[in-house]
Design a protein around this ligand. Structure first.
Ligand code: IMP
Length: 390
């Protein structure tokens, strides 16, 4: 289905953990390049391959395909020792199949950044992953960061071990574009964690939205299809506003059923109903061309399924995602309720999905004005149903 598009960006529409790894894994079969453009090893992209569940942190999810050149762009921040560990782990499973290229301009996460992140009261308040991401970006914009090229020139031993992968990835990608190669951009985290458009200050420190591709790679990409990824419900790890959060039994049930524990930190994820106000906001910021809606099987067996369609703030309905942290705290979501559905994990075509699921999807499409192109009905690679009509 996606073969008609030359370049594709896969962007999270929620607070991360939408299942981007699974989508990138599927799409990278046909990609020449798979590119990460922001974030670092705070990401945890889970890929299920031949019964093996692998959580990738820095390396793009295309690495398990021989054809793909996997690029870590200049916008990424890198922890060299964690990266070397990830490479060794993939090699031990014979899954380091594609090539890896690292931007010499990427900034380096040091032990000092990690210490600061683990111990600062700000990090505790936000509930960061503790991987030094924010403090590395802080030094970058403060113009006192260290880049891969700087360490290479200093003869740093760890960086020497990565030497074969390091290059000017901007030139590499420009050349690929000039030759008409197919590029897949793998967003990390999600729109609601974006440094500008997320629930500031409870966000990550990079541009997780579409704009991050341009600054994080240095190339002008034409013919770009923007695919948003959402789950049929929402999760959030760490602190901060979450209007549709389900506390109590229902939230616990979703967490267990959906195995909603952080791939990077193991932390339990907060769970809640799908928020269409937030999804519409994400669709607009990223100019989404299509949507992948995953984990609908997790909602099987619920008597009813809800989606938020507006926010009630002090008795006034609002439809726009607010910038104010104070308003976000006061939101009472207004829900549309749908009848639930039974087990859909064995279904193998989109057409065969029950009417309840199709009605739910149509409502999402009408509300967001974005077509659902793919539905996920289970954790495995085969659990993907393409909507041929989209
Ligand atoms: P940091 O990116 O480690 O600075 O953490 C900032 C916020 O982003 C925290 O709420 C983290 O839990 C969240 N976060 C960072 N990376 C991810 C991710 O890959 N998935 C989900 N949440 C993330």
């Amino acid at each position: 289905m996606f073969k008609n598009f030359k370049n594709i960006a896969v962007i999270g529409t929620q607070w991360g953990d939408e299942g981007k790894g699974k989508i990138v894994d599927l799409l990278s079969e046909d990609a020449d390049y798979v590119v990460r453009f922001q974030g670092g090893d705070n990401a945890g992209h889970t890929v299920n391959f031949d019964g093996i569940r692998i959580a990738l942190h820095s390396i793009p999810s295309g690495i398990i395909h021989e054809n793909a050149i996997n690029v870590l762009g200049n916008g990424v921040v890198l922890n060299p020792s964690r990266l070397l560990e990830e490479i060794a782990h993939l090699k031990s499973l014979s899954l380091m199949r594609g090539k890896l290229r690292i931007s010499e301009r990427a900034h380096v996460i040091t032990s000092h950044h990690i210490e600061m992140d683990k111990n600062s009261s700000l990090s505790l308040k936000i509930g960061t992953t503790g991987h030094g991401i924010g403090y590395t970006y802080l030094d970058k914009v403060g113009r006192k960061g260290t880049r891969i090229i700087d360490l290479l020139e200093q003869g740093n031993e760890e960086i020497k071990k990565l030497k074969e992968f390091i290059c000017d990835t901007r030139v590499l990608l420009q050349d690929a574009i000039d030759k008409g190669k197919r590029i897949l951009f793998e967003g990390a985290q999600g729109t609601m964690l974006d440094i500008d458009f997320g629930t500031y200050p409870f966000v990550t420190s990079s541009t997780t939205t579409l704009g991050g591709i341009f600054s994080g790679t240095g190339v002008r990409v034409r013919d770009l299809f923007v695919l948003g990824v959402a789950k049929g419900y929402i999760t959030r790890v760490g602190n901060g506003p979450f209007p549709t959060e389900l506390k109590g039994e229902m939230g616990d049930f979703l967490r267990e059923r959906g195995n909603e524990f952080g791939a990077t930190t193991g932390r339990p994820r907060r769970c809640g109903w799908l928020d269409l106000v937030a999804l519409k906001y994400a669709a607009s910021i990223n100019g989404l061309d299509g949507l992948a809606l995953l984990k609908l099987d997790v909602l099987s067996g619920f008597e009813e399924v809800k989606v938020a369609v507006a926010y009630d703030v002090d008795g006034k309905y609002i439809m726009r995602f607010p910038s104010s942290t104070n308003i976000l705290k006061k939101i009472d979501p207004v829900y549309e309720t749908f009848p639930g559905w039974g087990d859909i994990s064995k279904i193998d075509t989109y057409e065969a999905l029950p009417k309840e699921v199709k009605d739910y999807i149509s409502f999402i499409e009408d509300f967001t004005k974005v077509k659902v192109m793919l539905v996920g009905n289970g954790p495995d690679r085969k659990n993907r149903l393409y909507n041929k009509k989209s």
